[in-house]
Design a protein around this ligand. Structure first.
Ligand code: NAP
Length: 484
């Protein structure tokens, strides 16, 4: 087994300096493909977060006063550096997270594009003049950066998800304390190296690593933190909503999903089957917007099933650093155990496994699950109600459009939905009827920096990306001016 390592900084970045945890703690970072240790990073807690918050609060007045054009230069340069180093950052990402190198590189480019897009959009935080009813007054609505922003992000997209928070926050003049997930800090460390080299002043962007709850305690306790932007599970999101009450802390929440993918009989069955397999097994299904319930019209269900099973069997599974690999390991032992439990539950309630169905024994070490397709799925199965976050494709049939809209919406989640049809009336009825914040019609990969991304119902509050993603870091102030 080859042990790979990374050469990025492994310390926290606080107030313009690379620092160790105050208590000297460290955490080992593992490669999920073979369980080898690739790095050991500084790992602290509440006291480190407090230092970072203080630095961000000190830096806020000056950063806010810099022109949007000057801030944009730093963000644009960050994007350029990330692109220049895309191969290196992608390798780090694959090593700590497991996804194939091609996917990792695409994610790094998406994160760079996000920095560039917000660099430009930050120049357009327009207010407005509002016509007065009383001509002795003038009314204005102006924009104000929210203040110090704390970000908490998960392991599944360690480049893309922080970029959707850090770039817009910095663009409008906020300062940031970022906390990556325990097991994937290295990609964010790589991104911070770019930010620093691009000229982010001391205290403007800080990175802390350490236990989630004590760090969140610091974020909630300190009134200098005006906003917490969180991406993660719905369960933790709900906890944060409760905790935000004390100081009416602003929250943006990007939470879990259970996306339906719906195939109408006029769609090109072969082509959609390929798209469905790519969409499902990207990052091993560990994607918040991954399709996780596949509703196929009964006229084409047979052909579609054959095509997806064949395409799933053809996927190349292996270490993400190997050329041509399409599916890497799952992220951790816990994810593997949960996936096995979901498939076992479905099987015990009558589901038929068409391919895969269990842990892979092709590899001596690492967290491997065979890409799986199941049929004869019913609503009593856990896989239909819990967010699976797993490489499992459950197939269901439907007959009528109203029936499939009702089935698709029958979940507390409302993050993403996918529809495949060439019938414009069906496309519009689905876009209007589905309860999801992101809808891909004949598009299995809809996320892009300039368009709003986020969930309805229990999938979140607020939106990232697009103009909405910039607005999330701004307060609106109304100014009424009496004149003579
Ligand atoms: P998670 O357990 O909620 O963790 C997410 C992040 O929050 C991690 O950094 C985690 O730290 C931290 N955390 C855990 N408990 C916390 C607490 N009590 N207070 C504050 N922070 C806490 O989620 P996960 O299972 O790792 O990530 C997958 C979830 O994220 C899925 O539900 C997925 O759908 C969702 N997600 C949503 C989007 C979106 O845009 N809507 C995108 C990607 C993922 P540790 O690293 O220490 O665990």
């Amino acid at each position: 087994m080859a042990t790979e390592t990374v050469s990025v900084s492994t310390r926290m970045y606080i107030d313009g300096k690379w620092v160790d945890a105050l208590d000297g703690g460290t955490l080992k970072i593992e490669n999920p493909a073979n369980e080898s240790i690739i790095a050991e990073v500084a790992y602290g807690g509440r006291a480190d977060a407090e230092r970072a918050i203080e630095a961000a609060a000190r830096a806020f007045p000056a950063w806010r006063s810099v022109s949007a054009y000057e801030r944009a230069k730093v963000l644009k340069k960050t994007a350029d550096l990330m692109r220049d180093r895309a191969d290196r950052i992608a390798r780090t990402l694959t090593l700590e997270q497991g996804k194939p190198l091609g996917e990792a590189r695409a994610e790094v480019m998406h994160a760079a594009d996000t920095f560039e897009w917000f660099a430009e959009e930050g120049k357009r935080t327009y207010g407005r003049m509002i016509p007065p009813a009383n001509m002795a007054k003038r009314h204005f609505a102006i924009k104000h950066p929210v203040g110090v922003v704390a970000t908490i992000t998960p392991w599944n997209f360690p480049a893309a998800l922080p970029s959707r928070k850090i770039a817009p926050a910095l663009a409008v003049g906020c300062t940031v304390v970022a906390r990556p997930a325990d097991q994937t800090p290295l990609t964010l460390l790589e991104m911070f190296e770019c930010l620093i080299e691009a000229g982010a002043p001391a205290g403007v962007a800080n990175l802390v690593m350490g236990q989630a709850v004590p760090i969140a305690d610091a974020f909630f306790a300190n009134p200098a933190v005006r906003k917490i932007s969180f991406t993660g599970s719905t369960a933790v999101g709900k906890e944060l909503i409760k905790r935000s009450a004390d100081q009416v802390k602003r929250l943006s929440l990007e939470l879990g999903g259970h996306a339906p993918l719906i195939v109408f009989p006029d769609a090109d069955c072969e082509q959609v089957a390929q798209a469905a397999v790519i969409g499902k097994f990207r990052n091993n299904g560990q994607v918040c917007i991954a399709p996780s319930r596949f509703y196929v019209h009964d006229k084409i269900a047979g052909n579609f099933t054959e095509a997806v099973v064949e395409a799933t069997k053809a996927l190349k599974v292996g270490d993400g650093l190997e050329p041509g690999v399409q599916v890497g390991p799952m992220f951790e032992a816990r994810a593997l155990a949960k996936t096995s439990a979901l498939v076992d539950d479905a099987r015990s309630k009558g589901a038929k496994v068409l391919t895969g169905g269990g842990r892979s024994n092709r590899f001596a070490q690492g967290y491997w699950f065979e890409p799986t397709v199941i049929r004869e799925v019913s609503s009593s199965m856990r896989i239909m109600t819990e967010e699976p976050f797993a490489p499992v494709m459950p197939l269901l049939d439907f007959g009528k459009i109203d029936e499939v809209i009702a089935a698709a919406n029958n979940t507390p989640y409302g993050l993403a939905a996918y529809v495949f049809t060439n019938d414009i009336s069906v496309a519009i009825r689905m876009a209007e009827g589905l309860e999801a914040g992101v809808i891909g019609i004949n598009d299995p990969v809809p996320a892009t920096p300039q368009c709003p991304f986020g969930g309805m119902k229990e999938s979140g509050m607020g939106r990232e990306l697009g103009v909405e993603g910039l607005e999330a870091y701004l307060e609106t102030k109304y100014v009424s001016l009496g004149i003579r």
